[in-house]
Design a protein around this ligand. Structure first.
Ligand code: PDD
Length: 288
């Protein structure tokens, strides 16, 4: 794939090149993390599961009492346009909305207009071997705020957790919320399989309700795999038969080890493999 120098970043109402794609220093996203975002997967130049991502963007913005500068359909049209502007076949589209630029105050400013950024990037793919062998993960404390259901651009606790994973030689950090249980990954949702039953944390303020998570739950139902939305403990994770994480960019990623301890047989199990295959089939069916 060749990267063109075309105007592929939508910012301040128009498509510009990277050198012109600038936001003011008083943008509230920059100073206060006062914004929301989405990451949409692109296969063959086409956006996958676009509508659920747009719906979640609208919900996140509404929860922060933030207006979108365009209609949801207009944002959707920009997302569809973005990959072609950069020649991206296999990649992702990043969408970010902030409350806009205004002299710095904490409360909502009167005169700020929300700002929207949309652009596509080629995918930084995980090594294919990881899907065959399963990845490593570590458990770290969940130190995020109490509204993890909002896809806010404040990702500092997530970034710190992911860095701990990286330093431990692991792909993902799995978050353990005191008094709640295992919630999710630093940028993914977490599933376990016990006695043939799938388990994942309930959609609640403690997790981001992943689009991939919901598709996997739907695929499990179609495959007659029983599923329960419940919080499980770290001990239940470590003693599970299988475990995997899901996200837009990783799809369904099997976990071989957590904190160095093998999960089940220490390689992708049958339920995980069934769901990995069903997910890829789902992508083929939607993208063509
Ligand atoms: N992250 N949980 C968290 C905390 C996430 O950041 C993500 C996605 C998910 C999975 O959601 P989805 O299946 O809708 O991608 C769960 C994106 C990919 C990111 O920040 O890059």
């Amino acid at each position: 794939m060749t990267l063109s120098n075309a105007d592929y970043i939508f910012v301040n109402g128009k498509w510009v090149g990277p050198g012109e794609a600038l936001v003011p220093v008083e943008d509230r996203g920059y100073q206060l993390a006062d914004g929301v975002y989405e990451v949409v997967r692109v296969y063959g130049g086409r956006a996958f599961a676009l509508q659920p991502h747009l719906d979640r963007l609208a919900r996140s913005a509404a929860e922060l009492e933030m207006d979108l500068p365009l209609t949801l359909d207009e944002v959707g049209a920009l997302v569809k346009e973005a990959p072609g502007r950069r020649g991206v076949e296999d990649g992702q589209v990043y969408i970010q909305v902030t409350r806009g630029a205004a002299p710095r105050v904490h409360h909502f400013p009167e005169d700020a207009r929300p700002s929207l950024v949309v652009y596509a990037s080629p995918l930084r793919r995980q090594p294919a071997a990881l899907y065959e062998t399963g990845a490593d993960a570590v458990v770290v404390p969940d130190e995020r705020w109490l509204r993890c259901d909002i896809k806010s651009i404040n990702l500092l606790p997530n970034a710190l957790a992911k860095e701990k994973a990286r330093r431990a030689g692991a792909l993902e950090a799995l978050l353990l919320r005191e008094g709640v249980g295992m919630t999710e990954g630093s940028s993914s949702n977490l599933f376990i399989v016990r006695d043939g039953r799938l388990e994942t944390a309930p959609a609640s303020r403690w997790i981001l309700r992943g689009i991939t998570r919901d598709i996997v739950l739907e695929l499990a139902a179609q495959a007659h795999i029983p599923a329960a939305e419940r919080f499980f403990s770290k001990e239940e994770l470590l003693s599970a038969d299988e475990a995997f994480v899901t996200s837009t960019t990783m799809e369904v990623m099997p976990l071989a080890r957590v904190d160095g301890q093998a999960i089940g047989a220490g390689r992708p199990g049958p339920v995980t493999k069934t769901l990995m295959a069903a997910f890829r089939e789902r992508v083929r069916a939607e993208i063509g």
